[in-house]
Design a protein around this ligand. Sequence first.
Ligand code: HEM
Length: 173
Amino acid sequence: MCYKVRGGEHGGTSLAHPVSHKKEAPSRIQTIFWLDLSLLLSICALESVSFTGLSLHEWLALAVTGLILVHLLLAWTWIAASSRRLTAAHATRTRVNYLLNASLFASFTTVIFSGLMISEVALPAFGFTSSAGDPRWNRIHNQASNFVVILAGLHLAMNWEWSVAAAKRCLGK
Ligand code: HEM
């Protein structure tokens, strides 16, 4: 059973109206749901450096970079369709959502890049030197991580309907 959601970002994998494609959709929904839940929990952990310690923070952040790339690949149909709809009439929601997602992507890119610039564990482990301790990169990293929290919250809110439906389906409620 496959489900349709209007305006969903998961490449037509939607949950509102059951349609007849069998088998494929549930596993795709489950993949997206568990991936996104891992991302959400990882971001919460990344925001708590004093709790995780710096070493776990840096390695987890690199793993999250991979998860974000997979997340984007799975949402690629939505990204391509929305890019085409940007200039269409009556597409205000698409434009707002697109701007929000683009800002979230820019914030993620900034926090990861600035994190690498101040890396004390991961970059040296690969034999590279960083600008660890540079207060300018520290400030950029902190500010970009604040934007990530705000924008990820808004991103979740925009996709709340899909998330609740997917959670009920995947957690069997
Ligand atoms: C989504 C990705 C990331 C998020 C949300 C994030 C978030 C944060 C936050 C909230 C802090 C604490 C700031 C403070 O209160 O001082 C921090 C510190 C730090 N992060 Fe990240 N970070 C991310 C990625 C990375 C990456 C990829 C690296 C390096 C490989 C990194 C290296 C560091 C370092 C070295 C510090 C300590 C800075 C200091 O000495 O104050 N971070 N990060």
